[in-house]
Design a protein around this ligand. Sequence first.
Ligand code: NAP
Length: 287
Amino acid sequence: MGLMDNTPLGITGSTGRLGGRVARKLADAGRSQRLLVRDPSRAPQLAGATAVQSSYADRKAVTAALDGLRTVLMVSASESPDRMSQHRAFIDAAAAAGVQQVVYISFYGAAPDCTFTLGRDHFATEEYLRASGMGFTFLRDNLYADFFPAMVGEDGVIRGPAAQGRVAAVAQDDIADAAVAVLLDPEAHAGATYSLTGPEALTLDEVAAVLTGAKGRPVAYQPETVPEAYASRAVYAAPDWQVDAWVSTYTAIAAGELAGVTGDIETLTGRPAMSLADLLRGAGSAY
Ligand SMILES: NC(=O)c1ccc[n+]([C@@H]2O[C@H](COP(=O)([O-])OP(=O)(O)OC[C@H]3O[C@@H](n4cnc5c(N)ncnc54)[C@H](OP(=O)(O)O)[C@@H]3O)[C@@H](O)[C@H]2O)c1
């Protein structure tokens, strides 16, 4: 349908960081959108955008919200024990509504046995979408580079069992630009999987050095053993699945599973991916 298509795009997650960026950029591009939000009072006010209430688990509301739409951006739901069933409900509802293509925000290296525990849910979601009969595009994001400052403890130390592994973290703004490129011409990307990374794969020592330069206060990386990582996070009294997710972010880095740099950001956006130093110097991180 290309440039003449006036059917709104269905956009989830617009009250959040990544989906919010996508929605703003689509509005700037003059594209009409229907924003699927849990709380319409928090929806961004954007030209050409209307907000409708629905949460992923509410099949009826999602089916109604997606009625008549062809293409939908599905931001992965917030971490929760029943995230997969929420994703399945959303996908079932999209298929029932007649959606033709779902652009899904997945995770780098998603696989049934990947070290990062939540990457397994992303793989299961991809498989469910493949089986849905709808078209799909998977944007497999590496760790958000925006998130690094939040990994630094109050004492200026990043602690985790990442050993000297490397991570090709990617800026959310680049992911948003890539998503917009796909959403503006979805048919060109039907069936494609893109692995979105930054331009370099850094050890956490190198990340700490970049953060030190940007923040003007020393940041250091202190590798932990896996038992030390569980012990240092016990203070949060979080459920096991959540602590497993936190710790396996680091063990995935140690295993080399987040290390491979791709050119997919540049392929989709026409510009090289932002480095961590550029991100911290420029608009700043989303977190
Ligand atoms: N690659 C990485 O390093 C990384 C790191 C963190 C998270 N993630 C994943 O990436 C996603 C986007 O990141 P972000 O920074 O934009 O997160 P965020 O700021 O927390 O935004 C998440 C968005 O998704 C919406 N949402 C979550 N669960 C939903 C549900 N069950 N039904 C309907 N809407 C739902 C939220 O709506 P509300 O405003 O109503 O809550 C919000 O708009 C996250 O949700 C998470 O799955 C990836």
